[in-house]
Ligand binder design. Structure first.
Ligand SMILES: [Zn+2]
Length: 456
């Protein structure tokens, strides 16, 4: 095909909206809820400057009828660096899995050993990330008390608050301190994620030997009480509740206008199947009827965010007797591929999935990614919906070598581009380990389906 003359119907980009177009990426993209052919113009800094039917640029990457989606943002991973001697993950291995799974930005949780709850701790994680991370990283700081919020806000990307003991957190904040801490975080403008389980609602059981018992031990009531302790939250607080497992809690949070997430394991797995300690997570898997209800809300677009709560533990640790085994499972590499397979089979509309996995998490963090629109970075995925795979832990990149989704259908991105440059290409990592530590660039306010912040 001859090159188009300049000044034809094609567009070289609007100089007022950004730089000139150095790369044109062509394929099918979601526009107004439908997949249609389009061309994405990217400038030399890797920013999208224009999206149109036809564009001219110095270079072209044409993906035909394949689908181009924004890379996902996973708000909730545990890459365990710094970590103890039993750690089966680090920033390098974790971000590599993210790259293969189509996740361009991860929020790394602070319950490390030692916990990241000081300015020095945050700076140490930033140092460790340098030239070792394959995708962009948001560093969460653990909120110790109200006074620590302001100094931490100058270095961290977001805050995490634990209401219940968990890996690396033995003594969660007591109830009277919580209110002051919420006010202090609201004053910093940074987002706050809360692990909201109230340990006073945990029940002791004579035997805890499977996931159904674990559900009985840490019931939905603990989540409801945990959230109740936070409400009403300061109006300017960018509050997000991690791993919501139950439709009743989702209803409550939607009513309050707060952001929240559901994980692939709470959406796809339940206590119905015996998985031993491999299914042990906090909060627990719920029963099948509750799982189906949560899935329905998700597929209907009533759950704002999808997040993996990637928390790998070694096979040895998970093979221990149930009470001794640690909670958590790997998920950053499989989150989007599992859900893309569900979109292909018609169980969830693709626009609903993209909003939850890519757009809203990025908006909540205040990052210019997650949308194919001018001003956003060209962190993109190329998806061939005909290329389905049976998931196999052997072919994943997790050092823990297991997945709770062994044998499930999955669609992995064929290509993952970062700033328009190839990061993953046909199952191979071809990029550089020069991911950036990123912090919020804008403040859209609390981010849910109801209160949608505006950016450009
Ligand atoms: Zn977690």
């Amino acid at each position: 095909m001859p090159a188009r003359p300049a000044g034809d119907a094609a567009d070289r980009g609007n100089p007022g909206a950004g730089g000139s177009i150095s790369l044109v990426i062509a394929g099918r993209i979601l526009r107004r809820g439908e997949l249609e052919p389009a061309e994405i113009g990217v400038d030399e800094d890797g920013r999208i400057v224009r999206v149109a039917k036809s564009l001219v640029g110095d270079r072209r990457a044409d993906f035909g009828d394949r689908v181009i989606l924004p890379a996902a943002t996973d708000l909730h991973v545990h890459f365990r660096e710094p970590g103890g001697p039993d750690s089966s993950e680090d920033l390098a291995t974790g971000t590599l899995q993210a790259a293969f799974g189509g996740v361009g930005t991860v929020g790394d949780m602070p319950n490390n050993e030692p916990p990241v709850d000081s300015v020095e701790g945050v700076e140490e994680k930033v140092r460790r990330a340098h030239r070792r991370i394959a995708v962009d990283l948001v560093v969460y700081a653990s909120l110790r008390d109200a006074a620590s919020a302001e100094p931490l806000s100058r270095v961290a990307g977001a805050f995490k608050l634990y209401l219940a003991p968990t890996t690396g957190v033995d003594l969660p904040m007591a109830a009277p301190e919580i209110r002051a801490a919420l006010e202090a975080v609201a004053g910093t403008g940074l987002p706050l994620t809360v692990h909201a389980e109230d340990p006073r609602e945990f029940r002791s059981l004579p035997i805890i030997a499977d996931t159904a018992h674990w559900d009985g031990h840490r019931p939905v009531a603990a989540e409801l009480a945990g959230v109740a302790a936070l409400l009403p939250a300061p109006p300017s607080l960018r509050l997000h509740i991690a791993h919501v497992t139950h439709g009743a809690l989702a209803d409550r949070l939607r009513l309050e206008g707060h952001s929240f997430e559901a994980t692939p394991h709470h959406l796809l797995l339940s206590t119905r199947k015996t998985t031993g300690a491999f299914g042990k997570v906090n909060p627990p898997l719920r029963n099948e009827a509750e799982r189906v209800a949560l899935w329905k809300q998700f597929a209907d677009g009533r759950i704002p965010c999808l997040a993996s709560d990637h928390a790998p533990h070694s096979l040895g640790a998970k093979e221990k007797p149930f009470p001794m085994a640690p909670s958590g499972m790997p998920g950053v590499e499989t989150m989007l591929p599992l859900l893309l397979a569900r979109a292909r089979s018609g169980e969830i509309p693709l626009p609903v999935l993209v909003a939850a996995a890519c757009d809203r998490p990025a908006r909540w963090l205040g990052l210019p990614v997650g949308r194919i629109a001018p001003g956003h970075r060209a962190n993109l995925l190329v998806i061939d919906f005909r290329a389905r795979h049976r998931l196999s832990a052997e072919r994943l990149h997790a050092p823990c070598h297991w997945s709770a989704f062994e044998g499930w259908e999955a669609i992995f991105p064929q290509k993952h581009l970062r700033d328009g440059q190839p990061l993953v290409h046909d199952g191979e990592f071809v990029g550089r380990r020069d991911g950036a530590v990123v912090r919020p660039e804008y403040a859209p306010g609390p981010e849910t389906g109801r209160k949608v912040g505006h950016f450009r």
